[in-house]
Ligand binder design. Sequence first.
Ligand SMILES: [Mn+2]
Length: 341
Amino acid sequence: MSSDSSKIKQIAEIISSAETIVIVQADNPDMDSLASALALESIFGQRDKNIVLYCGVDLPIHLHYLAGWSRVQRELPKQFDASVIVDTSSDGLLEQLNKNGSKAWLAAKPSIVLDHHSTKSTISFASVIYSPPAVATGEVIYELCQKLKWPMSDEAKKLIAIAILSDSLGLMSEATSARSIHIIGEIVEAGISLAELDSARRETLKRDPELIHYKGRLLQRVEFHSHNRIATVSIPWPEIEKYSPWYNPSMLVIDDMRLAIGTDVAVAFKLYKDGKVTAKIRCNFGYPLADKLAEHFGGGGHSLASGFKITDGRTYDEIKTETIEVAAELLDQIEKKHESR
Ligand SMILES: [Mn+2]
C-alpha cells in the first residue's frame, strides 16, 4: 500500500496531465458529495481544466439549493482524460455506470477516489484511493489543496464549509476532529459568513407540507424490537416512487426513531419493485455497530451510519428478522463491554 505522500503526488500528477476531468458522485448523492464535486470544479477550473460533473441518479431536490447542481449530468462524457470519484469507496454505489456499460470508460483512464469512509474500498479500477480519516470528503479536499498549494476561490471555501458542516451535523458528530473545526475557523478567517451559509442550509430542512403528513404516517409504522433497543420501519415501492423525488423517506424519520427511550439502533428498509431491499442504519453515540451490521449483509459505512442492499431474492421478512437478530447480538456485546468497565 502506498503512503499518503506518494498518493498525493500521484493525484497531483494525474490532475496536471489531464485536460478534461470528470467528477463522479455515487448513486447516493448527499450534500458532502455535491459540495465536494462543485468545490473540485472550482479548484480544477482555476487550473484551466475542463470539468464534467456526473451522477448516475437525479440529485434529490433538497440538494438543489447549491447553485451548480444543475450542471451535474447523468451521462459520462464521450471523452475525458481522468476521473475523480468523490465521497464513496464502494463499487456497489456506482451501479448506474454498470447498467449503461460506461464503467469501463472510467477504468480505462486514471481514476482518483477521494473519500473519508473507513470501509475498505471495493473500487478495484481506481489508480489512487485517498481516504484519510476525516469528517467529510470536503475536509479531505481542503487538506489536499493545502498540501498541493492549490489555490481555492471563496466559492470553493464556501462549498468546503457546507460539506463539512453537513456531514459533521454542524460539527457535532463523532467523526468531527479538532482539525475539522480548525478548517471551519480558517474558512471564517478568510471572510466566509457561517450565518449566511446556515440560513441556506436551513432552507434544506424545509419540507413540502404533504411530507409533514407522510412523516407522521411513517412514524406511526415504526416497530420496536428487542426491548425497544432496535427500531425498524419499512417503506414500500409506491411510497418510494411518490416521495423520493422530494425527499428520501428514510431520512424523514430515521433520527426521530432513535429518540425513543432505550432505542439505540434505527433501521429503515426500502422495498423496491424488483425485489431489491435496501437498509439505512443509524446508531446512537456509544453504540457503534452500524458498520458491523451492514458488513454482515455485504454493505458498509461508518460505525454510527451505514447501509446495505440485498438483491438475492430473500424476502423482506427474512431480512428484517436477521437484521434484528444480528443487531441484538451486537448490542449484547457492546452492553457487556459497558458493564465490564
Ligand atoms: Mn461524506
